[in-house]
Each structure stands twice: as structure tokens, then as C-alpha cells.
Design a protein around this ligand. Sequence first.
Ligand SMILES: [Zn+2]
Ligand SMILES: [Zn+2]
Length: 324
Amino acid sequence: MITNLPTADDYKNVAFECLIQAYKSICKVDNEELEEGVERADIWDYNEIVLKTSVILTHQALEALLKSKISEKTPLLLIEQKRENWKTLPDSEDSDFADLYTISGQELLRTFFATIKTTDFNQDLVNHFEEVRLLRNKLVHGIGADKLTPEPILTMILKTFTLICGKGSFWLALQDKFYDHPAQLEGEPVFVFGRVEQYVHLEYLEALLGRGEMNRHFEHDFKARRYICPDCTGEEGVLVTDDGQVSQYPNFRYTFLTPNEPDSSNVNCLVCHQDFEVERVDCNKEGCKGNVIFINREDEDIDEETGEVYEEASKICLTCDEIQ
Ligand SMILES: [Zn+2]
Ligand SMILES: [Zn+2]
């Protein structure tokens, strides 16, 4: 018997860790090493090894994700050794899966497509697999790779998630696996991945990749109108800018009408994942064109028997933040 078989989740966890690490390393350089007066391109020339490592991790993750899907049928399909040489007959001792060679490259790809419905995955995945494999091979053999820049590698990471695990999977994995740093439990938090940091990551990715690319990897439409979140906007207090303007912080807009339709009465926040009830009437603040008004029913007080309203629900425009 072959013992110690890995599960689909084992491979998936490894894959997500590799991909999140690949993303984190790139993001860290952009967030911590840029200085005024220094070209970003020069910073990235210096840090090219970070990009190389991220490609290698992405390749590792892509293979692990294919192995994960194959393992949903059986991980025995991953064993490279010809079956006539398997030591599995009654007189053989058990062999440990970890001691065996597993398939990779083309064999892995072909086995993957033998185990899944081709309607779920298509030629895009084959092309992506080849692109990542070729680039990784050039890097590990030290031959002729073009100069690496962060944006295509970030896209490559997001694409690996989306092609195999679907839209939105990158963001959920990042929220799940990011800086769960032990130091955040005591004293001044370090590397905390709170909501503010999550907003900053969305801003970072959107600025670098653009709305069109974001739409390929997130379920919400980044080109649609966007709103403040009734819960997490302003969670950190206020921000006063040089010109004396006061605004809530964070005030990035990652709340979307869901479904995205003219009469939709629900918004969903990409950061806190909460749904909020809204009514579609014009905001009463002069000059505001908003027509998405949050209804806060926590403030509402209605007599259950008589229906008499003691206290109305409070209402806030999610475009200009004005109380209605
Ligand atoms: Zn929120
Ligand atoms: Zn308004």
C-alpha cells in the first residue's frame, strides 16, 4: 500500500502560501523602499531577485493547484513511477508517498485535463501554464530572460488564482493568509492586516494594474460607481490634509451596488464583506448627485403591535456622507 497520501487541501494550502508570499514580497518593496527623488525602476533593478523569487513561487503554486484538483480524484495519479514497478503487491512493504517522484510539466497538465470537465477550464489555462513554466525555466537556468518588472508578475499571480480558483479567490486568500503576525497580539501592533491595510492594498493594485485588470480578478465591477462603506469608512478617525480639508480615514471607495443595477437596493463592501440596505432616492445635499442612501435600521424603533413609529431609521448618503 502507498501510505501518507496528500489531500487536495494540502496542495491548495501550499499553493496559496506560495502565491501570497510572492505577492507580499513585491508589495513590500513598493511600500517600504520607495523614496522621493529615487526612480522606482532603479529600486526594482536592485530588487530584481524579489521578482525572480516570486515567479518561481508562482510556478510552484500553479503546479500545486493542478495537483490539488487531480487529488480530488486521487493523488495516486501524481506518481511518476510506472505501475509495473509499484511496490504494492501483498509481499511488499508499504511505501510512503513523500518518498516517490511526482509528475510535473506536460504530464501534470495532461493528467489535470483528464480529470476535470473541459467546460470548467480551457486553453487560457494551458497558455498561462506554459508562460509561467517557460519564464521560470529561464530564471532557474540563468538564461536569457527579459528584464522583469513588477506589474506583469503581479498579474501572473492574480491570474493563477483566478484561472483555477475563480474570481475573488485572490482577495479572499490574501485576507485569510496575510500578516497574521504574532506581535499584533501585544502592545503596539506590528504588520497588522486590518481594514485600513486592506484598503491600501486595493488602492495599490488598482493603481498599478488598472480597473480593467482588476475586473478580471474581482467579482465587483471596478468601473462602476463606488461608495463609502457604512461600517469601515472612517474607522481610523479623520485625516487633515495640508489645505485644511478634513475627511474620514480610510475613505477609499470599495463598496459597490450588488447586483449592479439601477434599482438595486443593496451595497456590498469588498473589505468587510458586509451587505447594507440602501434606498434609491436623490441625496438632499445641494450639488451631490448621489442616489444611494444607506438605511440604518439599528436606529429604528417601531411598535410591533400597533406599527407606530417611535424613532425613524437614520439615513446617510453613501456618495457624500451627508445625513439625510
Ligand atoms: Zn466595509
Ligand atoms: Zn450625497
